[in-house]
Each structure stands twice: as C-alpha cells, then as structure tokens.
Ligand binder design. Structure first.
Ligand SMILES: Cc1cc2nc3c(=O)[nH]c(=O)nc-3n(C[C@H](O)[C@H](O)[C@H](O)COP(=O)(O)OP(=O)(O)OC[C@H]3O[C@@H](n4cnc5c(N)ncnc54)[C@H](O)[C@@H]3O)c2cc1C
Ligand code: SF4
Ligand code: SF4
Length: 486
C-alpha cells in the first residue's frame, strides 16, 4: 500500500545534519554537568530575534531538536499529524502551561542567586526541559512523523509571536523569506511539495492566488523546493518574487487548459507498463507538439495530478496517448492502474512543456533515454524522420535495466530499417544474456564519442545528471543540451 507522505532527505546542510548532537549534549550531558543547560539561553535569544526578521526560519535550518527529529525520518511511520496537535486550543494551552511552569521554576531558583548552586539549578531547568522535548519529540517522530512536536512547540509559538511583531512593525516585510513560485502556470499540481513537507502543509494549494506561501508554520526548510519536479520553487524575499515571476519564461504553458476526455483504450505493454489513449471530449480538439506532456487528475481533495509525456503523434488533435510505468509504492500510479479503465471520463490539463522541442534545422540529433524516459522520443523520432528535418544523423540511445524492459522496440527497429540516417542504439544495465550490450546510456555516448549533436535527454534524475557530466566532458556547449527528468 503506497503512502501519501514521502520520506525524503531533509538534512541538506551540515548544521541540519549534525545539530542534534547539541540536543544530546544539553539534554543528556546536562544530567551530569547541569551548567550545559545555560547554553540554551543564547539559543532562545537567537531564535526569537531571528523570528522577528524571518518567521520560523530557525526551526527549519538551525533547531537542534528539529535536526534530531528529521534524522529519525527513516525509522518513522511518517503518518498524518492528528488535527489535535495543531488545534489552537492545544497549541495555546500548552504554551501557557509551559511558560507558567518555567516562570515558577525561575522564581524558585532566583532565591538562590549569589550562591554557588544558582547556576547549576538554573542550567538544570533548561536541561530538564530539553530532555522532556527529546523524549516526547522522539516518540512522536517515530510513531507519527518527525516534525509533529514542532506543531505545538512553545518555542515555535514564541517565534510566531516575534514574527507577528516583526510584521506589525513593517520590518519583516523587507527581511523575511518565503517559499515562492516562479510561475503557477508551470505547476504540475502534483502535490509533491505537500507530500514531502515535514509540517504537512499544502504550499501548492496557495500558489494559484499568491506567488508566495504565507503559512506561519512554514519552517522554510526548502524540502519542497528540493523536490519540486518542475523546479519552479525557491525561497526568497517578497521584493524579489514579483520580479522573478515577471522574468520567468511561461511559453511552455501557453496552450495549457482543462480537458475532459474519455479513456478510449488501455493497452498493457508490460506487466507494469500501460498505454492509455484519451479521446478528447471538451474541447474536442487539442493541438500538441511532440515532446509535450499532459497532466492526469488522480484525486480531488486536495486536487492532484500526475505528469505524463504524450507518446502519440498529433494527427487530427482528437486524441492523445500516454504510457505509464507503475512505480513501486507510487501513490499516483497505484490509483491509475487500479481506477482508470477504458470508457471512463477523466480530467486532464495541458499540453505543457517546451524543454524537448527539437531543432529540426540541426544536422545531427542525439536522443538519450533511460527507462520510461523513452516516451517523448516515440513521437519525436517519428517527427524528425517522417515529417521533415534537416538532420543527416539521428541517433537514439535507449537504456533499460533488463532486456525485456524495452518498449516500442519493434517501432524503433522498423524506423531504423526504413531510414539509414537513424541509428538505434540499445543498452541494458543488468542483462541476463551475455550477448547483450551491458552498460548505461552514458557509457554508449562516451565510448562512441558522440560529439557535435543537438542533444535531448529524458529519463531519471540520476541519469540526466550523469549524462550532463559526460556531455560537458566531451566538450558540448550548454545551448546544445536539452533535458527533462521524469
Ligand atoms: C514532465 C514529466 C513527464 C513525465 N512523463 C512520464 C511518462 O511518460 N511516463 C511515466 O510513467 N512517468 C512519467 N513521469 C513521472 C510521473 O509524473 C509520476 O511521477 C510517476 O508516475 C510516479 O507517480 P506516483 O505518484 O506513482 O509516485 P510517487 O508516489 O510520487 O513516488 C515517486 C517516488 O517516490 C518514492 N516514494 C513514494 N512514497 C514514498 C515513501 N513513503 N517513502 C519513500 N519513497 C517514496 C517512490 O518509490 C517513487 O520512487 C513524468 C514526470 C514529469 C515531471
Ligand atoms: S511540487 Fe508539484 S505541485 Fe508543488 S509546486 Fe512543484 S510542480 Fe507544483
Ligand atoms: S512548505 Fe516547504 S519550506 Fe515550508 S515547511 Fe513545508 S517543505 Fe519546508
């Protein structure tokens, strides 16, 4: 059973990776040397001051407890945070109880001021509260999700109050940074930003109205930014947001619109790969180009889509095909494989994308795909070979894991037989047959020293990154490389 929330790395910086050591030093080391607890005083001052300028930035980037909780993500159930922990009455009530208790303890210890025991007793107040947070926060991290505690943490509330003051005085407007979107037109509405968010917020739901995410509980951890497949998120100040949006090239979304379609056919290409053909109902005709993709709606609340490259060539504009590979533990592909049947009416958005718009004037074209990244090349290769292009050499390098993972193999072989200018090179990373060429697409491009091509890459993020390195090593100019990670 696939889960909605995705476990993904959040410890991007050395501070986030190792700050948990501080928590253990104070919370556990302090039991033997209570004065370690005094280190918490500058920490509290720092977080309150930082919040005045930048909201809960501390929580996502410097908090030692947060670092400890995030380190436990691999062991966590990573389930939904119960509404109880977010309820205003619980958050406010816990804050008041915590503050009252702390003040009571301070007053009691104050009577010892001037004695040798004062600093030890004062430090012990912080040590015990650190230890309490470690125990409660770790349990919540394991049995719910790592940042459950952060939803009602008194330090979080203190930061929210300080942040409100910063905003009220007009200071934070200049200094605060927020999760921002370059263009909501380019958003896939895939919800990945929400699925990886440690605070389980819904940034993408706010973007159609604002280009900045204003939730007070956003800890500005940038996990959403790192994981957005469209690469349209960043963390920045308000002043920059409008200018950045104005500079964004939105041409890839020019034709984007809502589409109602009927599933005309579902064909099983492999046990885990299906081809879906849609017949457009409203509007009846859509013009799309090879290399573009559609968004298929998978659920309503919150509204969520999945992006799929159009695998068909646009003839009369009345239909389009996509090929979906079932992903292990994939939330969307499980829904699509279980629920989308021939005859169903589905909602789509698109067409979108201009990263794989091929330069038909180029003399040499190199297409590189691994796994399901082959889909855009089905119409693209057809387009350049059959519909006219200046290319004298069209080379497709297609890599898969096992021999029987190739799809549309017959189709590409037929095109290669028909067009001498088309080279179809296959490679398998884990072949069973020793006769089969073993390796990765990067090996093929490197070994054959395929230079001087306009190159279009589609496939996994890892392959795309490796391929870019190989091409740079071979002396390619950046303007000759185009890619889309799936
Ligand atoms: C422009 C574009 C074009 C695309 N074209 C195609 C295409 O033609 N065909 C195609 O099949 N796909 C395509 N994709 C990918 C597609 O959009 C989906 O991302 C893909 O189908 C997986 O969706 P999912 O919801 O099943 O996976 P998700 O649930 O989003 O999972 C994504 C990844 O996260 C992992 N994961 C999920 N849950 C967890 C968890 N709890 N803990 C840890 N890891 C987890 C999964 O194993 C998987 O590796 C394209 C993507 C883009 C951006
Ligand atoms: S992660 Fe998906 S939904 Fe969120 S901003 Fe990026 S494309 Fe849009
Ligand atoms: S919205 Fe983004 S930056 Fe804010 S808490 Fe969630 S993942 Fe972190």
């Amino acid at each position: 059973m696939s889960s909605y929330f995705i476990k993904t790395g959040r410890l991007f910086t050395p501070v986030r990776k190792y700050a948990w050591l501080f928590t253990l030093l104070v919370g556990i080391g302090g039991l033997w040397y209570p004065r370690l607890g005094l280190l918490v005083i500058p920490v509290m001052l720092s977080l309150v001051i930082m919040a005045f300028f930048r909201g809960r930035y501390w929580c996502g980037n410097f908090c030692a407890h947060g670092s400890l909780f995030d380190s436990l993500l691999p062991l966590s159930r990573n389930s939904k945070i119960p509404a109880f922990f977010k309820a205003k009455i619980v958050v406010g009530g816990f804050f008041l109880w915590f503050t009252f208790n702390l003040t009571r303890k301070f007053i009691r210890v104050w009577s010892l001021s001037g004695t040798g025991a004062f600093w030890d007793r004062l430090g012990m107040i912080f040590v015990s509260s650190y230890l309490m947070v470690i125990i409660a926060g770790v349990l919540l991290s394991l049995f719910v999700t790592p940042r459950t505690w952060c939803n009602f943490c008194p330090m979080g509330v203190l930061q929210r109050l300080s942040s409100k003051l910063g905003k009220l005085l007009g200071v934070a407007r200049k200094t605060d940074v927020k999760v921002s979107i370059t263009s909501s037109k380019l958003c896939h509405k895939c919800g990945k930003c929400a699925r990886v968010c440690p605070m389980q917020l819904l940034p993408y739901a706010e973007f159609p109205e604002h280009n900045q995410f204003t939730a007070e509980n956003c800890i500005k951890c940038a996990t959403c930014v790192e994981n957005c497949p469209a690469g349209i998120l960043y963390i920045g100040p308000e002043q920059e947001a409008a200018a950045k949006s104005a500079r964004t090239d939105e041409s890839g979304a020019d034709g984007r619109r809502r589409i109602t379609a009927r599933v005309a056919a579902v064909k099983e290409l492999k046990p885990d790969v299906r081809e879906y053909t849609f017949q457009f109902l409203e509007p009846e005709k859509i013009s799309y180009k090879p290399g573009q993709f559609l968004l298929l709606k998978i659920q309503d609340n919150p509204e969520m889509f999945r992006a799929y490259t159009i695998s068909s060539y646009c003839t009369d504009g009345r239909s389009a095909g996509i090929i979906v590979k079932k992903v292990k533990d994939g939330y969307g592909t499980e829904m699509i494989f279980n629920n989308v049947k021939a005859g169903d009416v589905v909602e789509l958005e698109g067409p979108l994308g201009n990263s794989l718009q091929v330069d038909k004037k180029a003399a040499r074209l190199l297409f590189v795909a691994n796994g399901i990244g082959i889909t855009p090349f089905i119409p693209l290769v057809y387009d350049v070979l059959e519909k006219g292009s200046a290319a004298r050499d069209v080379t497709l390098v297609y890599g898969v894991r096992h021999e029987n993972d190739f799809i549309y193999d017959e189709y590409f072989r037929e095109l290669a037989a028909k067009h001498p200018r088309f080279r179809y090179l296959k490679v398998v990373s884990r072949p069973e047959d020793p006769q089969v060429r073993k390796g990765y697409v990067t090996n093929v491009v490197e070994e054959l020293a395929l230079t001087g091509y306009k190159t279009y890459i589609c496939g996994s993020k890892a392959m795309t990154a490796d391929m870019l390195q190989v091409l740079r090593k071979l002396g390619y100019d950046e303007e000759d490389i185009f890619y889309e990670a799936v």
